[in-house]
Design a protein around this ligand. Structure first.
Ligand code: ZN
Length: 250
């Protein structure tokens, strides 16, 4: 838990008073109340981090970008559609050094593009990006240590997560596109191979989206499959001709 400064509530003592101790035990109801209060305080502390961040943004960052935000306030014209995982470690605006108005982003567990007929967030976002925003590039980006593909390798880990289990049916195609094992990936070689296989599989699903297929037929869009490595901060791109991943930076 964060330390308390003078502007915040004083810390709650976790040491029980003599009246709270019965036969050497903390009275149960008192203990539960204390635990609940500590939980709430802990959550508040964590939310404080976001509120303080927003305060810093509003005070230090926003004034320098006021004109840019003024231009963006009523319209956007991003050139790139970016489809990636929900993972908290994947920050495209950080590793691509992009800013407001640059990337049109859709994220979900495993950077999946479902092919089933039911509407979902990813395919609706793709349709809008291609048909209305007329993005010039669509980038499908997987990443190292992806929990979705880890779960695909170990389905029993999702036995109490029915929705996640059903969602991961969308990554099954990754197994048929697994990439060659790379000894440099050590004990993660199988996982990396599957994550990259999923990029190839979802890239095919991206091409199959009606809006994307139309734009591709008229040379109005390019699609790309990327793999982002959290450990090195580097990106590999899937080369359609060579059918393998190559460093984006050459
Ligand atoms: Zn992931």
């Amino acid at each position: 838990m964060q330390s308390f400064d003078s502007g915040k509530a004083p810390p709650i003592s976790v040491t029980p008073s003599p009246s709270q101790i019965i036969c050497g035990r903390l009275e149960v109801t008192e203990a539960l109340t204390l635990t609940t209060r500590l939980d709430k305080l802990d959550k508040l502390d964590k939310l404080d981090k976001l509120i303080e961040g927003h305060q810093r943004f509003h005070r230090e960052v926003f004034p320098g970008k006021r004109e840019q935000f003024h231009l963006l306030a009523e319209m956007q014209a991003p050139e790139w559609l970016f489809i990636t995982c929900s993972d908290s470690r994947v920050l495209p605006d950080l590793f691509l050094q992009t800013g407001p108005g640059d990337l049109f982003i859709t994220r979900n567990a495993g950077n999946v593009i479902p092919l089933s007929g039911e509407e979902d967030g990813a395919t609706a976002t793709i349709e809008y990006a291609v048909e209305v925003l007329k993005v010039k590039h669509a980038i499908l980006c997987g990443h190292s240590d992806c929990g979705a593909l880890k779960a695909a390798l170990n389905p029993s880990s999702l036995k109490n997560l029915p929705k996640a289990s059903r969602w991961l049916a969308h990554v099954e195609e990754a197994f048929t596109h697994r990439q060659p094992l790379d000894p440099a990936d050590g004990e993660n070689a199988e996982l990396v191979s599957l994550i990259k296989g999923n990029v190839v599989a979802q890239l095919a699903n991206l091409r199959a989206q009606p809006s994307v297929a139309r734009a591709l037929a008229h040379n109005k869009i390019e699609v790309h499959g990327w793999y982002y490595d959290i450990l090195t901060g580097r990106i590999e791109q899937y080369d359609e001709q060579e059918r393998k991943f190559l460093p984006l930076l050459g």
